[in-house]
Design a protein around this ligand. Sequence first.
Ligand code: ZN
Ligand code: ZN
Ligand code: ZN
Length: 140
Amino acid sequence: MYNLESIEQRLAEQGYRITPSRLAVVEATLEHSGHFSVDDILGRLPGVGRATVFRTMKLLSQMGILCRVLLENGSLRYRVSHRRDHHHHLVCVSCGSVEELDACIAAGAIDNLARSTGYDIEGHWLEFYGRCGPCRSGEA
Ligand SMILES: [Zn+2]
Ligand SMILES: [Zn+2]
Ligand SMILES: [Zn+2]
């Protein structure tokens, strides 16, 4: 879906300096099919500093290449995003799989909230936790 060259090109177009460390971080994140933490990436790249890992992952999030997933236990993870725009996740508490939802199902509720409170609402975060189909069918 994403390859190193296309991301490298996008970084360059946006005026970011492509360093070997930064590229190593991009490469390490793309290798993950599931979700991962900053520490997971750090553990795989012993020669790269924490600040570089953190900054690069933040940059990839801003570009929509990575998205952040809040797990049920409150810890924050990253994953390679399948959607570039705003979306929500279904998180299986049993196997840890994550699905991305097609559309923002909160849009109507946010309009109502804005009207009733007078707020100009700029953002929201909503994740869903449960058990996925395969985990449920494994239950006797
Ligand atoms: Zn996502
Ligand atoms: Zn599951
Ligand atoms: Zn939404």
